[in-house]
Design a protein around this ligand. Structure first.
Ligand SMILES: C=CC1=C(C)c2cc3[nH]c(cc4nc(cc5[nH]c(cc1n2)c(C)c5CCC(=O)O)C(CCC(=O)O)=C4C)c(C)c3C=C
Ligand SMILES: [Fe+2]
Ligand SMILES: [Fe+2]
Length: 353
């Protein structure tokens, strides 16, 4: 039987021009998953932070033409995914919908578009391989709050084999293209989080470490690896080491730096400005013999293969949360993992389901 299958891609979104930088930031800082202050303090803080932060950030977006490339990048990924799904399951009709959290096309717009399209099945697919309350859970809540149907929901995929192989392949390629330098340190840089978010049971850092463990295992030719965290905002302590520190230390140690974005799957302000300009300048200032930035996964075939497999696996069995291979993976301390909150637990702990 032929089915109409909607695949909803969750992502953060970004401003589409100079005038949307401030409202985009306001939406971000007004998210209770990002700032824990209650109403009406949170919207007041969001107004204040976005007003003061917008001028600096707008200059950075100006380097990318005034807005973020995240929507066009995500549309390319959506097209590649639909083509792969149609080839794998030609009897079905697939359509991908973008659901951005803080700017157009918003999650509520995706809910309306999916309903209008008339899907038989809906798969929610976060473009966040590692689960966080600040990203995937926030998008899932926005989906539900907007009246989105209970759907087949991919929770996370930090060690999905095609995803891991795609990362390892891009790192190896970047190293080869740089002339196979010796004395290399691979910095796996993920977006950071406040320490308090982790203390509340967010599994993101644990899942990032799982990704890095799997990727480094696939790269025996490179033996110096470090996981680090970028993009700190605000006065709270964030998880460490900071990427900027890690770049400085590696440069001072005379390492050729290979910088791989490990929790971003497309290019945007955090890669094109922070990694390509700011941290490159730090590396050069501290005498690094080389600085090679590995591209984000984008439409890398191995990554699209991973998204295709995750979608097809999510279509099996009942509607609901779809943890990796059907089993929750996060240890008990990470109680804010969606799987735990849905009552699914790790098999090897003997807790049962
Ligand atoms: C794994 C992905 C991401 C996590 C985790 C995350 C948490 C997080 N982010 C902020 C604050 C900002 N993030 C901003 C941009 C931005 N963040 C992500 C991803 C994650 N964020 C992406 C993909 C982007 C790029 C958006 C785009 O331009 O396309 C920004 C805006 C830029 C800036 O002002 O520096 C802010 C602010 C917090 C506070 C947080 C966790 C608490
Ligand atoms: Fe962010
Ligand atoms: Fe989990």
């Amino acid at each position: 039987m032929s089915r109409r299958i909607a695949v909803v891609l969750f992502n953060l979104g970004g401003p589409d021009g100079p005038s949307s930088v401030r409202p985009f930031l306001r939406n971000l800082f007004n998210d209770p998953a990002i700032i824990y202050a209650p109403w009406p303090v949170r919207p007041m803080l969001a107004e204040l932070i976005s007003r003061t932060r917008a001028p600096k950030v707008a200059k950075e977006y100006a380097k990318m033409g005034g807005g973020s490339p995240i929507v066009p990048e995500t549309l390319r990924q959506a097209d590649a995914l639909v083509a792969a799904l149609e080839a794998a399951s030609p009897q079905d009709t697939f359509e991908a919908f973008l659901a951005m959290r803080y700017w157009h096309p918003f999650t509520h717009e995706a809910v309306a578009a999916v309903k209008a399209w008339g899907a038989d099945e809906v798969v929610l697919l976060p473009l966040y391989p590692q689960f966080s309350t600040t990203t995937s859970a926030s998008s899932l809540k926005a989906w539900r709050d907007a009246g989105g149907d209970e759907a087949r929901t991919v929770c996370c995929y930090p060690t999905q084999p095609d995803f891991v192989a795609a990362h390892a392949g891009l790192i190896r390629q970047a190293w080869q293209d740089a002339g196979r330098p010796s004395n290399v340190r691979v910095l796996h840089s993920a977006h950071g989080l406040p320490e308090i978010t982790i203390a509340r049971g967010d599994p993101y850092q644990w899942q990032v470490n799982e990704t890095v463990r799997a990727v480094t295992a696939a790269l025996p030719e490179l033996d110096d690896h470090l996981t680090c965290f970028q993009s700190k905002v605000g006065p709270l302590e964030w998880i460490k080491p900071a990427t900027e520190e890690a770049v400085r230390e590696a440069a001072e140690a005379g390492k050729h730096i290979i910088l791989s974005p490990i929790a971003f799957v497309s290019e945007h302000i955090e890669t094109l400005v922070e990694l390509d300009e700011e941290y490159r300048a730090v590396a050069e200032a501290h005498g690094a013999p080389g600085y090679t930035r590995v591209p984000a996964l984008g439409t890398e075939p191995g990554f699209i293969e991973a998204l295709k497999r995750l979608t097809l696996q999510a279509l099996e069995g009942p509607v609901g949360l779809k943890p990796p291979n059907g089993e929750a993976i996060c240890p008990a301390e990470f109680r804010r993992c969606a799987c735990r909150e849905a009552g699914l637990v790790r098999q090897e702990t003997g807790e049962g389901r």
